[in-house]
Design a protein around this ligand. Structure first.
Ligand SMILES: [Mn+2]
Length: 307
C-alpha cells in the first residue's frame, strides 16, 4: 500500500481506469480515488477514463481522454481483474501502472498490483488505503459518497458473502461525511415503467431444471420489445435468486450469449471457467458462442446440484 501512495506522490498526472459495463463499485472507486487525490494534492491532474453508466451518472460520467495526456503519467486500474475487461486499454501509454482490485483470479497486467480478494468491494480497499494514510491523504464529501455507493452495490446492501466487520467499519467511517444515504438508494433503485414490465416477463418465463437450477434466457428481440438496455437486463439476475441454489441469467449480446451465474453456497467459478469465463466463487460469468453451449452450461450446473 505504501508503494501506491509513493507512486501517487511521484506523478503529476494520474489516470484512473475501470472496467467495461462499469458498476457502482467500479465508478465509485474511480471517482472516490480521484476525489481523494484531488483533495490531497490540488496541483495534480487526475482523470477518470472509460465507459459511462447512465444510471450511475450521479457518481460521475467518464470521458475518453486524449492520448497525449498519458505522457509521463501514472495509470491506476480499479476493480478490473483482466486486461481484456479494461474499458480504456491504453495503459501502455503511461509510465507506470497500478492495479487495485478485489477479484479472485485477477490476471497480472500492471507493474504493481494490490489485490485483496477478501474485500467486498474495491471501494472498501480504497477506503482502507485512505484510513491507513489519513495523516497525508484527505477525504471529502464527494469521495465519501462515491466510496459508500460502491460499498452498498457490491455487497447487496451488506448481505453478501465476504461482508466483514471491516466492511461495516468503512461504512461507519464514510457515513460521518455529508452523504445523503436515502437519496443514493433512491437513485440506485429508480426504475422505468418498461423495466418494471420487463421484470414481470422474467418472473413469468424463468425455468427450473430437474435438480433445481433456475434460469432465464433474454434475447435481443426481448430487449427491443421491452425497450430495455443490455445493461439493465443483465442486472436482473437477482430476480430469480430466492427460489433455488443456483440461478443463471443468459442474455444475447454483441460478443455472444452472456451467462451470469450465481449460487448461494456451491462454488460455481470452476463451472464458469469450463466455459472460458471466471469470477467470484458464488458470482461468475462467461460468454457463450451459441445455444448448444447454453444447454451444456445448464446441464453442467444441474449436475452440480445432483444428490
Ligand atoms: Mn467490484
Amino acid at each position: 500500500m505504501k508503494h501506491i501512495l509513493e507512486k501517487i506522490k511521484e506523478y503529476d498526472t494520474i489516470i484512473i481506469h475501470g472496467h467495461i459495463r462499469p458498476d457502482g463499485d467500479c465508478l465509485g472507486s474511480q471517482y472516490g480515488l480521484m476525489n481523494i487525490i484531488k483533495e490531497s494534492f490540488p496541483n495534480k491532474k487526475v482523470y477518470v477514463t472509460g465507459d459511462v453508466n447512465n444510471k450511475l451518472e450521479f457518481i460521475g460520467t467518464p470521458t475518453i481522454i486524449d492520448d497525449k495526456l498519458f505522457k509521463n503519467s501514472l495509470s491506476i486500474c480499479v476493480d478490473t481483474s483482466s486486461y481484456d475487461r479494461l474499458s480504456d486499454k491504453r495503459i501502455n501509454l503511461s509510465s507506470y501502472t497500478i492495479k487495485i482490485d478485489h477479484h479472485k483470479d485477477s490476471d497480472k497486467y500492471c507493474d504493481y498490483e494490490y489485490i485483496k480478494d477478501n474485500y467486498i468491494s474495491t471501494t472498501e480497499i480504497i477506503t482502507s488505503f485512505y484510513l491507513k494514510y489519513k495523516n497525508i491523504l484527505k477525504m471529502n464529501d464527494a469521495a465519501a459518497m462515491c466510496l459508500y455507493t460502491g460499498l452498498i452495490t457490491d455487497s447487496g446492501n451488506f448481505t453478501y458473502n465476504n461482508v466483514t466487520s471491516n466492511t461495516f467499519k468503512m461504512a461507519v467511517y464514510l457515513s460521518k461525511y455529508n452523504i445523503n444515504i436515502p437519496e443514493i438508494n433512491n437513485k440506485l433503485n429508480k426504475e422505468s415503467i418498461e423495466l418494471l414490465r420487463f421484470k414481470g416477463k422474467i418472473l413469468n418465463d424463468f425455468k427450473v431444471t430437474k435438480n433445481g437450477v433456475a434460469y432465464i434466457i433474454i434475447t435481443k428481440e426481448d430487449l427491443k420489445k421491452y425497450k430495455i438496455s443490455e445493461e439493465e437486463a443483465s442486472g436482473l439476475v437477482y430476480l430469480i435468486s430466492n427460489i433455488k441454489e443456483i440461478y443463471i441469467l443468459f442474455i444475447e449480446t454483441k460478443e455472444g450469449i452472456r451467462a451470469r451465474i450465481r449460487s448461494k453456497h456451491i462454488p460455481i467459478n470452476n463451472l464458469a471457467k469450463k466455459f472460458n469465463g471466471g469470477g467470484h466463487i458464488l458470482a461468475s460469468g462467461a460468454i457463450l458462442k451459441n445455444y448448444d453451449e447454453v444447454k451444456e452450461l445448464i446441464k453442467s450446473a444441474d449436475l452440480l446440484l445432483k444428490k
